[in-house]
Design a protein around this ligand. Sequence first.
Ligand code: AMP
Length: 300
Amino acid sequence: MRIILLGPPGSGKGTQAQLLVQRYGIVQLSTGEMLRAAVAAGTPVGLKAKEIMASGGLVPDEVVVGIISDRIDQPDAKNGFILDGFPRTVPQAEALDELLKHKHLKLDAVIELRVNESALLNRVETRVAQMRERGEEVRLDDTPEVLTKRLASYRNQTEPLIHYYSERRKLSTIDGMMAIDEVTRAIHRQLLALGAVEPKTHAKSAAKAGPAKKAKASKKARKTAKKPAKTTKKPAKSAKKAAKTAVRGPKKTANKAGKKAARKTVKKAAKKAAPKTAKKAVKKGAKKAAKKVTKKRAKR
Ligand code: AMP
Protein backbone atom coordinates (compact mmCIF):
# COMPACT_ATOMS: atom_id res chain seq x y z
CA MET A 1 0.00 0.00 0.00
CA ARG A 2 1.33 3.41 -0.96
CA ILE A 3 -0.36 6.51 0.41
CA ILE A 4 0.25 10.21 0.88
CA LEU A 5 -0.79 12.08 4.03
CA LEU A 6 -1.59 15.71 3.33
CA GLY A 7 -2.21 18.36 5.95
CA PRO A 8 -0.79 21.56 7.42
CA PRO A 9 1.88 21.47 10.13
CA GLY A 10 0.33 20.29 13.41
CA SER A 11 -2.53 18.44 11.70
CA GLY A 12 -1.38 15.11 13.13
CA LYS A 13 0.18 13.66 9.97
CA GLY A 14 3.18 12.32 11.86
CA THR A 15 1.07 10.73 14.60
CA GLN A 16 -1.28 9.09 12.10
CA ALA A 17 1.61 7.94 9.94
CA GLN A 18 3.17 6.13 12.92
CA LEU A 19 -0.13 4.44 13.77
CA LEU A 20 -0.59 3.34 10.16
CA VAL A 21 2.95 1.97 10.13
CA GLN A 22 2.13 -0.22 13.15
CA ARG A 23 -1.18 -1.33 11.70
CA TYR A 24 -0.15 -2.19 8.15
CA GLY A 25 3.55 -2.95 8.48
CA ILE A 26 4.61 -0.31 5.99
CA VAL A 27 7.22 2.43 6.38
CA GLN A 28 6.82 6.14 7.01
CA LEU A 29 8.79 8.32 4.64
CA SER A 30 8.90 11.77 6.18
CA THR A 31 10.99 14.28 4.26
CA GLY A 32 11.04 16.54 7.35
CA GLU A 33 12.55 13.71 9.44
CA MET A 34 15.05 12.79 6.74
CA LEU A 35 16.12 16.41 6.35
CA ARG A 36 16.48 16.84 10.11
CA ALA A 37 18.67 13.72 10.18
CA ALA A 38 20.76 15.14 7.33
CA VAL A 39 21.13 18.43 9.21
CA ALA A 40 22.17 16.59 12.38
CA ALA A 41 24.69 14.47 10.46
CA GLY A 42 26.06 17.53 8.66
CA THR A 43 25.75 15.97 5.19
CA PRO A 44 25.87 18.23 2.10
CA VAL A 45 22.04 18.00 1.87
CA GLY A 46 21.81 18.88 5.55
CA LEU A 47 24.06 21.90 5.14
CA LYS A 48 21.88 23.11 2.25
CA ALA A 49 18.65 22.56 4.18
CA LYS A 50 19.58 23.86 7.62
CA GLU A 51 18.93 27.58 7.19
CA ILE A 52 15.88 27.10 4.98
CA MET A 53 14.27 24.79 7.51
CA ALA A 54 15.02 27.03 10.47
CA SER A 55 13.25 29.90 8.74
CA GLY A 56 10.22 27.82 7.75
CA GLY A 57 10.92 27.88 3.99
CA LEU A 58 10.86 24.97 1.56
CA VAL A 59 13.96 23.02 0.62
CA PRO A 60 14.46 22.90 -3.21
CA ASP A 61 12.32 20.35 -5.00
CA GLU A 62 15.24 18.47 -6.58
CA VAL A 63 16.73 17.84 -3.13
CA VAL A 64 13.58 16.31 -1.62
CA VAL A 65 12.63 14.42 -4.79
CA GLY A 66 16.12 12.87 -4.83
CA ILE A 67 15.87 11.85 -1.15
CA ILE A 68 12.44 10.27 -1.69
CA SER A 69 13.44 8.44 -4.85
CA ASP A 70 16.43 6.83 -3.09
CA ARG A 71 14.36 5.97 -0.04
CA ILE A 72 11.62 4.24 -2.06
CA ASP A 73 14.28 1.94 -3.51
CA GLN A 74 15.27 0.64 -0.06
CA PRO A 75 14.13 -2.94 0.66
CA ASP A 76 11.99 -1.96 3.66
CA ALA A 77 9.78 0.21 1.42
CA LYS A 78 8.89 -2.71 -0.84
CA ASN A 79 5.85 -3.59 1.26
CA GLY A 80 4.46 -0.08 0.98
CA PHE A 81 4.94 3.38 2.43
CA ILE A 82 3.28 6.51 3.73
CA LEU A 83 4.59 9.77 2.41
CA ASP A 84 4.46 12.36 5.17
CA GLY A 85 5.40 15.92 4.23
CA PHE A 86 5.99 15.03 0.59
CA PRO A 87 4.94 16.16 -1.97
CA ARG A 88 4.54 19.74 -0.81
CA THR A 89 4.25 21.49 -4.16
CA VAL A 90 2.64 20.69 -7.50
CA PRO A 91 6.05 20.25 -9.20
CA GLN A 92 6.96 17.74 -6.44
CA ALA A 93 3.68 15.88 -7.08
CA GLU A 94 4.44 15.77 -10.79
CA ALA A 95 7.95 14.51 -10.07
CA LEU A 96 6.49 11.86 -7.77
CA ASP A 97 4.06 10.70 -10.47
CA GLU A 98 6.96 10.43 -12.85
CA LEU A 99 9.24 8.51 -10.52
CA LEU A 100 6.49 6.11 -9.45
CA LYS A 101 5.70 5.44 -13.10
CA HIS A 102 9.37 4.81 -13.73
CA LYS A 103 9.51 2.37 -10.82
CA HIS A 104 6.23 0.70 -11.92
CA LEU A 105 4.52 1.60 -8.66
CA LYS A 106 0.98 2.82 -8.08
CA LEU A 107 -0.31 5.30 -5.53
CA ASP A 108 -3.34 3.94 -3.64
CA ALA A 109 -4.66 7.05 -1.94
CA VAL A 110 -4.02 10.59 -0.82
CA ILE A 111 -5.48 11.29 2.61
CA GLU A 112 -6.01 14.91 3.51
CA LEU A 113 -6.31 15.72 7.20
CA ARG A 114 -8.47 18.83 7.35
CA VAL A 115 -8.04 20.93 10.47
CA ASN A 116 -9.11 24.21 11.91
CA GLU A 117 -6.13 26.53 11.49
CA SER A 118 -6.73 28.47 14.68
CA ALA A 119 -6.48 25.21 16.63
CA LEU A 120 -3.11 24.41 15.09
CA LEU A 121 -1.18 27.02 17.00
CA ASN A 122 -2.58 25.58 20.25
CA ARG A 123 -1.63 22.06 19.21
CA VAL A 124 1.91 23.03 18.36
CA GLU A 125 2.28 24.95 21.63
CA THR A 126 1.04 21.90 23.58
CA ARG A 127 3.40 19.61 21.65
CA VAL A 128 6.36 21.88 22.40
CA ALA A 129 5.43 22.09 26.11
CA GLN A 130 5.15 18.27 26.33
CA MET A 131 8.49 17.78 24.59
CA ARG A 132 10.14 20.23 26.99
CA GLU A 133 8.58 18.39 29.94
CA ARG A 134 10.03 15.11 28.68
CA GLY A 135 13.38 16.80 28.30
CA GLU A 136 13.36 16.30 24.55
CA GLU A 137 14.98 18.64 22.10
CA VAL A 138 12.47 21.05 20.60
CA ARG A 139 12.52 21.65 16.85
CA LEU A 140 13.94 24.99 15.78
CA ASP A 141 10.91 25.61 13.56
CA ASP A 142 8.34 24.93 16.31
CA THR A 143 7.84 28.56 17.28
CA PRO A 144 4.66 30.59 16.70
CA GLU A 145 6.48 32.88 14.22
CA VAL A 146 7.90 30.07 12.12
CA LEU A 147 4.64 28.14 12.34
CA THR A 148 2.79 31.13 10.88
CA LYS A 149 5.23 31.10 7.98
CA ARG A 150 4.91 27.33 7.53
CA LEU A 151 1.12 27.68 7.50
CA ALA A 152 1.31 30.35 4.83
CA SER A 153 3.61 28.16 2.78
CA TYR A 154 1.12 25.28 3.17
CA ARG A 155 -1.75 27.44 2.00
CA ASN A 156 0.10 28.83 -1.00
CA GLN A 157 2.18 25.89 -2.14
CA THR A 158 0.74 22.69 -0.74
CA GLU A 159 -3.01 23.30 -0.76
CA PRO A 160 -3.11 23.29 -4.60
CA LEU A 161 -2.29 19.56 -4.25
CA ILE A 162 -5.82 19.03 -2.94
CA HIS A 163 -7.13 20.04 -6.32
CA TYR A 164 -4.34 18.12 -8.10
CA TYR A 165 -5.23 14.80 -6.44
CA SER A 166 -8.97 15.37 -6.39
CA GLU A 167 -8.85 15.81 -10.19
CA ARG A 168 -7.02 12.49 -10.40
CA ARG A 169 -9.64 10.87 -8.14
CA LYS A 170 -7.07 10.04 -5.49
CA LEU A 171 -8.17 12.40 -2.71
CA SER A 172 -9.97 11.43 0.50
CA THR A 173 -10.58 14.14 3.06
CA ILE A 174 -10.82 13.31 6.75
CA ASP A 175 -11.73 15.53 9.67
CA GLY A 176 -8.42 15.90 11.47
CA MET A 177 -10.04 17.62 14.45
CA MET A 178 -11.44 14.34 15.80
CA ALA A 179 -9.67 12.37 18.53
CA ILE A 180 -6.51 10.56 17.36
CA ASP A 181 -8.07 7.07 17.33
CA GLU A 182 -11.18 8.32 15.55
CA VAL A 183 -9.01 9.79 12.81
CA THR A 184 -7.15 6.47 12.53
CA ARG A 185 -10.44 4.58 12.25
CA ALA A 186 -11.72 6.99 9.60
CA ILE A 187 -8.50 6.54 7.60
CA HIS A 188 -8.82 2.77 7.89
CA ARG A 189 -12.44 2.86 6.71
CA GLN A 190 -11.40 4.99 3.77
CA LEU A 191 -8.57 2.62 2.84
CA LEU A 192 -11.02 -0.29 3.04
CA ALA A 193 -13.48 1.53 0.79
CA LEU A 194 -10.72 2.19 -1.71
CA GLY A 195 -9.63 -1.44 -1.63
CA ALA A 196 -6.15 -0.44 -0.46
CA VAL A 197 -6.38 -2.88 2.47
CA GLU A 198 -8.00 -6.27 2.45
CA PRO A 199 -10.97 -6.39 4.82
CA LYS A 200 -10.97 -10.11 5.63
CA THR A 201 -7.31 -10.66 6.13
CA HIS A 202 -6.99 -7.52 8.17
CA ALA A 203 -10.12 -8.02 10.30
CA LYS A 204 -9.12 -11.62 11.03
CA SER A 205 -5.56 -10.87 11.85
CA ALA A 206 -6.57 -7.90 13.98
CA ALA A 207 -9.08 -9.94 15.96
CA LYS A 208 -7.11 -13.16 16.24
CA ALA A 209 -3.47 -12.40 16.08
CA GLY A 210 -3.65 -8.82 17.29
CA PRO A 211 -4.20 -9.18 21.01
CA ALA A 212 -2.12 -12.34 21.27
CA LYS A 213 0.79 -10.84 19.37
CA LYS A 214 0.58 -7.60 21.31
CA ALA A 215 0.38 -9.47 24.57
CA LYS A 216 3.57 -11.28 23.63
CA ALA A 217 5.18 -8.01 22.70
CA SER A 218 4.15 -6.50 25.99
CA LYS A 219 5.67 -9.41 27.91
CA LYS A 220 8.90 -8.99 26.04
CA ALA A 221 8.80 -5.25 26.48
CA ARG A 222 8.17 -5.56 30.20
CA LYS A 223 11.11 -7.95 30.48
CA THR A 224 13.36 -5.50 28.71
CA ALA A 225 12.04 -2.65 30.79
CA LYS A 226 12.77 -4.56 34.01
CA LYS A 227 16.31 -5.36 32.97
CA PRO A 228 18.78 -2.70 33.99
CA ALA A 229 19.50 -0.50 30.99
CA LYS A 230 22.83 -1.91 29.81
CA THR A 231 23.62 0.47 27.03
CA THR A 232 21.61 3.66 26.93
CA LYS A 233 18.46 4.93 28.57
CA LYS A 234 16.55 4.88 25.27
CA PRO A 235 15.77 1.16 24.96
CA ALA A 236 14.33 1.06 28.46
CA LYS A 237 12.17 4.05 27.70
CA SER A 238 10.94 2.64 24.41
CA ALA A 239 10.34 -0.72 26.04
CA LYS A 240 8.23 0.94 28.70
CA LYS A 241 6.36 2.82 26.03
CA ALA A 242 5.88 -0.35 24.01
CA ALA A 243 4.62 -2.13 27.08
CA LYS A 244 2.19 0.67 27.75
CA THR A 245 0.86 0.71 24.20
CA ALA A 246 0.76 -3.04 24.03
CA VAL A 247 -1.25 -3.19 27.20
CA ARG A 248 -3.42 -0.20 26.45
CA GLY A 249 -4.27 -1.28 22.93
CA PRO A 250 -5.52 -4.85 23.16
CA LYS A 251 -6.71 -4.64 26.78
CA LYS A 252 -10.31 -3.82 25.98
CA THR A 253 -10.62 -6.29 23.14
CA ALA A 254 -8.83 -8.99 25.05
CA ASN A 255 -11.01 -8.45 28.12
CA LYS A 256 -14.17 -8.41 26.07
CA ALA A 257 -13.16 -11.45 24.07
CA GLY A 258 -12.03 -13.21 27.22
CA LYS A 259 -15.27 -12.48 29.07
CA LYS A 260 -17.35 -13.55 26.09
CA ALA A 261 -15.36 -16.74 25.66
CA ALA A 262 -15.57 -17.47 29.38
CA ARG A 263 -19.33 -16.95 29.39
CA LYS A 264 -19.69 -19.27 26.42
CA THR A 265 -17.56 -21.97 27.99
CA VAL A 266 -19.44 -21.77 31.28
CA LYS A 267 -22.78 -22.00 29.49
CA LYS A 268 -21.62 -24.89 27.36
CA ALA A 269 -20.16 -26.70 30.34
CA ALA A 270 -23.34 -26.13 32.34
CA LYS A 271 -25.48 -27.44 29.52
CA LYS A 272 -23.28 -30.44 29.01
CA ALA A 273 -22.71 -31.19 32.64
CA ALA A 274 -26.24 -30.64 33.91
CA PRO A 275 -28.06 -33.52 32.22
CA LYS A 276 -25.20 -35.91 32.86
CA THR A 277 -24.97 -35.01 36.53
CA ALA A 278 -28.69 -35.23 36.86
CA LYS A 279 -28.74 -38.59 35.13
CA LYS A 280 -25.83 -39.77 37.26
CA ALA A 281 -27.57 -38.59 40.41
CA VAL A 282 -30.74 -40.36 39.43
CA LYS A 283 -28.78 -43.51 38.62
CA LYS A 284 -26.83 -43.29 41.89
CA GLY A 285 -30.01 -42.67 43.88
CA ALA A 286 -31.76 -45.58 42.19
CA LYS A 287 -28.82 -47.87 42.90
CA LYS A 288 -28.77 -46.85 46.58
CA ALA A 289 -32.53 -47.37 46.90
CA ALA A 290 -32.25 -50.75 45.20
CA LYS A 291 -29.45 -51.76 47.62
CA LYS A 292 -31.54 -50.71 50.65
CA VAL A 293 -34.49 -52.72 49.42
CA THR A 294 -32.29 -55.78 48.85
CA LYS A 295 -30.77 -55.38 52.33
CA LYS A 296 -34.20 -55.05 53.97
CA ARG A 297 -35.45 -58.06 52.07
CA ALA A 298 -32.41 -60.07 53.12
CA LYS A 299 -32.99 -59.13 56.79
CA ARG A 300 -36.56 -60.25 56.55
P1 AMP B 1 7.94 18.79 8.45
O1 AMP B 1 8.61 17.96 9.49
O2 AMP B 1 7.24 17.99 7.41
O3 AMP B 1 7.09 19.88 9.03
O4 AMP B 1 9.13 19.54 7.66
C1 AMP B 1 10.02 20.41 8.31
C2 AMP B 1 10.72 21.30 7.30
O5 AMP B 1 11.47 20.50 6.39
C3 AMP B 1 9.79 22.11 6.42
O6 AMP B 1 9.37 23.31 7.05
C4 AMP B 1 10.67 22.37 5.21
O7 AMP B 1 11.62 23.36 5.46
C5 AMP B 1 11.42 21.06 5.07
N1 AMP B 1 10.69 20.10 4.21
C6 AMP B 1 10.12 18.92 4.59
N2 AMP B 1 9.55 18.32 3.56
C7 AMP B 1 9.74 19.12 2.47
C8 AMP B 1 9.36 19.04 1.12
N3 AMP B 1 8.65 18.03 0.64
N4 AMP B 1 9.74 20.06 0.30
C9 AMP B 1 10.45 21.09 0.75
N5 AMP B 1 10.83 21.24 2.03
C10 AMP B 1 10.48 20.26 2.89
